[in-house]
Ligand binder design. Sequence first.
Ligand code: AHR
Length: 319
Amino acid sequence: MTTTLLRRTLLGAALLAPLVATAADKPLVMGFSQVGAESEWRSANTASVKAAARQAGITLKFADAQQKQENQVKAIRTFIAQKVDVIAFSPVVESGWDTVLKEARAARIPVVLTDRAVNVSDPSLYVSFIGSDFVEEGRKAGRWLLERAAKNPGASLNIVELQGTVGSAPAIDRKKGFEEVIKANPKLQVIRSQSGEFTRAKGKEVMEAFLKAKDKKIDVLYAHNDDMAIGAIQAIEEAGLKPGKDITIISIDGVKGAFQAMLAGKLNVTIECNPLLGPQLMELARKVVAGQPVEKRITVIEGVFPAEVAAKELPNRKY
Ligand code: AHR
């Protein structure tokens, strides 16, 4: 090699070096499609994801689907067009994801699910799912009621159920887990069950309709989330009844609003569903993008909080 050629080669390498370093240090980009902002739980989940992305140095492209699957499909397609490194989403409903997930696979973009699961023909269309065991949450709610009913054996209890969003994993699974457990006592009967869409407003509206029917006495309300229970509490009070006393109330999530309702004697128990999934999600995304092995299903550990422990627990609650 001549001296001039050697000098040019070294110069070329020196010019290239910063470019290579920049490519290697490029922050990981995550496209995240969130369900919406329907509940206190969801707001805590969004805050956790955003804060964890910032802390992990991950660039987050965040899209709010406003509880509509079509918006999530559009967001995922946008992320594919933007060539993000990884797509994460919390699916509004369980089914109808095959086509768009196949598009992500064709673009070689890994997909991770968070909070809610999907029902797809080929489970390899997503790499991993991190979230709660919703069936178990329903079972916990059922067990709490079974134990309470056992204190008054022989008494019949009429239950009304406020379901979450129709077709969503938590609505399907929480119903299933609860029914599975309460069937052990034939005196416990679900007399009405309808969706309150996981929101306070709809929870209130549906509870009003349940109360207006007046054909059967309502002994217990099982709400698939705290927000619907809080909405229903207003309806019960407006109907001249005492929530938590005239009607026993069981709900799911464990948000601060539920603890405040328990302290006021208006809610009897909340089953925890942890929304603070951000840090684990970011760690998972890094591993997935680096091609490291990850578990297909990562479950979150959660508790049960009856009204008796509300005062002690409230100061510890983070959401
Ligand atoms: O998917 C989790 C559920 O979605 C929470 O229980 C509910 O509050 C939310 O809207």
